[in-house]
Design a protein around this ligand. Structure first.
Ligand SMILES: [Zn+2]
Length: 69
């Protein structure tokens, strides 16, 4: 095995995509904890909407809101 091959493998492993974690969905602002993303009006406060370029979508019920420019 060449050293170059091992280097390429490591870079692929590091690029593995991770799902949204609780720490990514909230910001701590002093004594307050604020939600970064809007929650779904159909599913309730626990279900966050995914932010896309032109719309926000609920991953559970697929409720979609288009953002107006
Ligand atoms: Zn929903």
């Amino acid at each position: 095995m060449a050293k170059d091959d091992k280097g390429k493998k490591d870079s692929k492993v590091a690029k593995k995509a991770a799902g949204a974690r609780a720490a990514d969905l909230y910001t701590i602002n002093g004594p307050k904890v604020e939600r970064k993303n809007k929650s779904c009006p159909k599913c309730g406060l626990g279900m966050f909407m995914a932010q896309h370029k032109d719309r926000i979508v609920c991953g559970k019920c697929h409720y979609c809101e288009f953002l107006q420019k």
